[in-house]
Every structure is written in C-alpha cells, then in structure tokens.
Design a protein around this ligand. Structure first.
Ligand SMILES: Nc1ncnc2c1ncn2[C@@H]1O[C@H](COP(=O)(O)OP(=O)(O)OP(=O)(O)O)[C@@H](O)[C@H]1O
Length: 284
C-alpha cells in the first residue's frame, strides 16, 4: 500500500513560474527514497505538496490513500503523519531554547505537558543531542541545528519524514552521521524521503531513486537502475558515484572486465572477484 502518492501534480507559483508539470510519485511504507535533480528542478516545491503546505493546481496528493482535502482539520492529521525538515534549519528553529523548539509541534497537537516533556527528551536522545535542552538554537553549529530540526519533527511521531537536502552544508563526518541517523529511523519503520545532490550517499542508503528535471519525473528505480542509465544521469546534470566512476575507467581505459559497483562495499567485492577469477594474488 502506498503511504504517500502523488498523481499528475501540476503547480505554478503566483508569478506564473511552472514549477511542477505532471508529477507522479509513490512511497511505500518503509521506503528510503532519494530525489535527485538539478537546481530549480522542483524538488522543494514537490516536498511542500507532501504535507499540504502547497495546494496543487491540478492533480492529487494522497496520504495513506486519502486525498488531502486542504481543510484545516485534515491538514493537522496530514502534518501528524508527514513531517518536513526544511533545507535551512534557520527557517525551522525559532524558539528561545532547543527544548521549547522541539516542544512546539507536540504542544500544537494538544498533548499534555508530561507527554510533551517525554517526547522532547526522547527526540533529543534519538538525534544524540541530550543535554542541549536549554541552549538557544542560534548558538548551535550547522550540523547540530539540523539534528534539532529533525528532533522537532520526530517529536510529532510522524510516519513519514521528508528532508530537503539534509546533508547540505555539513562536513563529511556530519553528513555521514545525519545519513546514519536517517537510516536508523528508517529501520525503525519510518518512511524517509530526501532530496540531495550527494550521489555518493544515495546507493548506500536509498532503496529507490526519483530523477526530476524541469518539474517532471524523468526516471525512477533502484539506485542501480538509475546510475546505470548514463543518459538520464547526464540529462539530470548528475554524475556517477566516485567509486562507480573509477570502475568505469578501469573497464573502459584498462579493459578490466569488472562488474560495476555503486558502493564501496560492492566495488570491493567485484574487484576481489575479478582478481580471483584472474588468479591474481590476494592475501587469504
Ligand atoms: N516562491 C516562488 N515563487 C516563484 N517561483 C518559485 C518560488 N519558489 C521556487 N520557484 C521556482 O520554481 C522552480 C522550482 O524550484 P524549487 O525550489 O522547487 O527547485 P529545487 O529542485 O528544490 O532546487 P534546488 O536544488 O536549487 O534547491 C524554480 O524555477 C524556481 O525558480
């Protein structure tokens, strides 16, 4: 059963910009989906439709098979189910302290004080930010702000978390830590949808990929299906993961008959297989 579905979605901004031109998208429960596409492709605009912040000009958005009605009561339900973490945490964090910020969402759900306090504590623990309760969010580093923004969404206990470029602006370790956190949340059953330009991380974490360009989905499939379509990758102004690029060069320039790999683990296995097949010496 799709937990989130978009059919033939068309959206124009009030100034007349055509941002989405007939999008079809589907997330099943437990998916970890990466949406890839060049700047201005329509990723953020699509995300704003996932929980009813924007209303389509044409088409339907369904959450747990129910089309969003855009009535206030329905929107509250939708926002309980679908949480969005914006690209810039400064757009999301506004309370004087971290704890107050995280409490804002659950308080709006009408939960009692004890439940709100419990959720704040649990969410801070989940993002590894215990002890930061009383810090003003603007004193935090970029990576810490992202974590707090994610905690604020987790405190609503959503079934789907949508994150607009969660690793943008983070150092490599910070980016890996955020992806690991999302992976763990996904393993706990939360459906995760991210947009990203970081193609190296995609095959490691995502089970499905959508390519978007000029407000249209140009391809969707597994990371392997997407990255083996060099034309689609080129048209989306993307590149192969670095490790796949190396294998491609070894195949093309050095005529090594190695199977393609999209993660370091896969590439390592394929390289070792190649060496074994060709009776090259490997330390056993
Ligand atoms: N508030 C707005 N008013 C008018 N046009 C807008 C508005 N926001 C976005 N757009 C336009 O809509 C199109 C899609 O933009 P969007 O921000 O969804 O792209 P994106 O794929 O998220 O890009 P990026 O990778 O740069 O974040 C672009 O042409 C953009 O200029």
């Amino acid at each position: 059963m799709p937990i989130l579905e978009v059919n033939d979605l068309v959206y124009k901004y009030p100034d007349g910009t055509s941002a989405l031109n007939g999008i079809n998208f589907k997330a099943n429960k437990g998916d970890m989906i990466a949406i890839l596409g060049p700047n201005g492709a329509g990723k953020s605009t699509l995300f704003l439709h996932f929980n009813g912040i924007l209303k389509p000009k044409e088409g339907v958005v369904k959450v747990k098979e129910n089309p969003i009605s855009y009535k206030n009561k329905d929107l509250l339900e939708v926002r309980k189910t679908v949480g969005i973490v914006f690209q810039n945490p400064d757009d999301q964090l506004f309370a004087p302290t971290v704890a107050q910020d995280i409490a804002f969402g659950p308080m709006n759900l009408g939960l009692n004080h004890d439940e709100v306090a419990k959720r704040v504590k649990e969410s801070l623990k989940a993002v590894d930010m215990e002890g930061y309760d009383e810090k003003p969010p603007h004193h935090l580093s970029g990576g810490q702000k992202k974590r707090v923004a994610i905690a604020g969404i987790l405190a609503m206990k959503p079934e789907i978390i949508v994150l607009d470029e969660p690793t943008a602006g983070l150092d490599p370790l910070g980016a890996s830590q955020i992806m690991r956190l999302l992976y763990d949340l996904n393993k706990q059953g939360i459906t995760i949808i991210i947009s990203t330009h970081d193609v190296d991380l995609v095959p490691v974490y995502a089970n499905k990929v959508y390519l978007i360009s000029n407000g249209k989905i140009i391809k969707n499939g597994t990371p392997k299906e997407i990255f083996s379509d060099t034309e689609a990758i080129r048209n989306s102004k993307l590149r192969l993961p670095r490790i796949s690029h190396l294998i491609e060069i070894l195949k093309r320039e050095d005529k090594l008959n190695i199977d393609m790999g999209y993660t370091i683990g896969e590439a390592r296995t394929n390289l070792l297989d190649y060496m074994k097949t060709n009776k090259m010496k490997i330390k056993e």
